[in-house]
Design a protein around this ligand. Sequence first.
Ligand code: ADP
Ligand code: MG
Length: 184
Amino acid sequence: MPAAQARSTHPLPAARLERRFELPDEAATLAFGKRFARALDAVRALSNPANNERFTGLQVQLTGDLGAGKTTLVRATLRALGHEGRVRSPTYTLVEPYSLETSSGPLDVYHFDLYRFADPAEWADAGFREYFDRGAVCLVEWPQQAGELLGVPDLVFALDIEGEGRVLIARAYSETGKTCLERC
Ligand code: ADP
Ligand code: MG
């Protein structure tokens, strides 16, 4: 476990929606990733710039121990959004960017793995702040490592190992996150 694991994220408000998903095997995790990608596409397609309902991006924090399935879920989401190449775990680079062409238009996705992130000053230096401010989808593993820098996410996916499978507790903290989670 990283030394700073006790660091906590932003104190979160009450969730607007909480759902529990049983994921008995890896196929179930992949299927959830697919549903999440479709929900994301639908939410983006629904947002209407004419009504000032622009999609302003989405931050998803993925929590859970090593091996809980965070990267597996990110990989499934990226594949379902149309990414055909490899999905590297950004353990050393901290972030891996993806420029995708989805059915709801071009979409930037940033996959963070903050396991080795230690110095909050690095946040601004690395320009991470801007990634969250560009209408992109940010999928963040080990969000605890960034302390309060991340602010309140749209969604938290908490994965737990249960027997041979996994349990996912998903919580939404914004309207966009809620609409998305309702469609999963
Ligand atoms: P993390 O990023 O949380 O450290 P990974 O996604 O790298 O975890 O690894 C998760 C491991 O668990 C992989 O070996 C994957 O095949 C497996 N796995 C993923 N989802 C499930 C599931 N629902 N049930 C059982 N095994 C799973
Ligand atoms: Mg991982």
